[in-house]
Design a protein. Structure first.
Length: 402
């Protein structure tokens, strides 16, 4: 079934299963006040599964179980692994684990550079048949010449460059946004320019190469403005943002590692421009940047905790509560952002048997101890949200059932 033709269905449902496989999906008289939504399975193009190499943080099995619990039936796995998928041998090792343990459809990225060091291109030609796209996520490509070479090679191979944009010369040892909270509490800040400067550089290279180009986890207003203008110019550019950048600002920070991610929570102006970008189509999709770590790694406060939070299991309830229930966007728009647009851009198929069923009137309390993910760090801990995942089917097979 074409992703663009899928329609959001709102009705109570009865699901009949045989050995975990969907046999019938039919209407059911609901209890008073119950509203179910049968939605296409979501697709997250930015997930850190941590395996191989860091299975004390997350595994392919636990990460994809978390995705299924959040209504996702397809995800793209980032390449900051050990070994880095910078060769055919290494990406095949990752694929073997995916084939064995993933409960949903998982598509691996290959790295742009060898060991993600930004010094030498990976074996992109050998990697191309095995990866969804090329990314060095976690690190920006610092050399203009290296990024230009990568774009030319990706263009020749018909692959997309997916860019973590971060100019390290502008970081100045920062670890939260260089804004009001940072100044008041004596922290070192990360400027918005460290993000948008590299996006603007890459847009210049995009003009030269014509490669398919996607920007990861956009957080700054100036980044959105630059991408908006590039789209008006007709350049082949898309971008994603995450729920935390749309909901929180640096004024919501607490001295707790669960509020530390990269890029950081930014100002109200940045958040408002991101919301505008969601509404006007500049932002193409919602991604979680699900980045699990151990409890110890996230227990060191804002300065010393590692970057990263989890988000697969809270993404839809957060977006539904803060943006659909408030009338900012429709449920259909949210489905485009979370299911349709990611697949269209990344060429990921959507089966008519990839779906998720939600009780939209059910309230949940965010409790990290109940997560399927091994990661527990979320700035939304304790928040009450609307939307409970009742069922997720991938290829007609049950991968989550409440």
């Amino acid at each position: 079934m074409s992703a663009t033709k899928l329609k959001t269905q709102f009705h109570p449902v009865s699901v009949e299963l045989s050995d975990g496989v969907l046999t019938r999906l039919s209407s059911l008289c609901p209890s008073e006040g119950t509203e179910y939504a049968v939605l296409p399975g979501f697709c997250d193009v930015h997930v850190h599964l941590r395996q191989p190499g860091f299975s004390y943080k997350e595994t392919v099995y636990t990460g994809t179980r978390a995705a299924a619990a959040g209504g996702f039936t397809a995800i793209c796995s980032m390449p900051n692994l050990n070994p880095v998928p910078d060769s055919e041998e290494n990406i095949k090792l990752q694929q073997q684990i995916i084939d064995l343990d993933s409960v949903i459809n998982t598509y691996p990225y290959a790295s742009i550079t060898v060991a993600q060091k930004g010094e030498k291109l990976s074996d992109m030609e050998a990697l191309a048949p095995h990866c969804i796209a090329f990314s060095d996520d976690g690190k920006g490509i610092q050399s203009t010449e290296m990024m230009l070479s990568a774009m030319k090679k990706a263009k020749a191979l018909g692959k997309m460059i997916v860019a973590h944009c971060e100019d390290e010369s502008l970081l100045e040892g920062g670890y939260i946004h260089k804004g009001s909270y940072c100044q008041r509490h004596g922290h070192r800040g990360i400027s918005s320019e460290s993000e948008y400067a590299q996006i603007k550089r890459d847009i210049e290279l995009l003009r030269e190469t014509g490669v398919k180009y996607h920007v990861c986890h956009v957080s700054a207003a100036e980044s959105i403005r630059a991408i908006r203008e590039a789209k008006k110019e007709g350049l082949d550019i898309t971008c994603e943002t995450a729920p935390h950048y749309l909901i929180l600002t640096d004024e919501d920070l607490k001295e707790d590692g669960r509020f530390k991610m990269n890029p950081p929570l930014r100002s109200a102006e940045d958040r408002d421009e991101l919301i505008k970008g969601i509404c006007d189509g500049t932002v193409d999709m919602i991604a979680t940047d699900h980045a699990p770590h151990s409890a110890e790694e996230k227990s060191r406060g804002l300065e010393k905790s590692v970057f990263g939070i989890v988000g697969l299991e809270t993404c839809f309830p957060l977006m539904y509560t803060h943006f659909v229930k408030t009338g900012i966007i429709t449920t259909e728009k949210l489905v485009e952002l979370m299911a349709i647009n990611p697949r269209k851009r990344f060429g990921i198929p959507l089966s008519k048997e990839d779906l998720c069923v939600w009780d939209l009137n059910a309230q949940i309390k965010v409790d990290p101890q109940k997560f399927q993910s091994m990661g527990r760090a979320t700035p939304f801990e304790g928040e009450r949200l609307y939307g409970k995942a009742i069922l997720t089917l991938c290829g007609g097979r049950t991968v989550h059932k409440a």
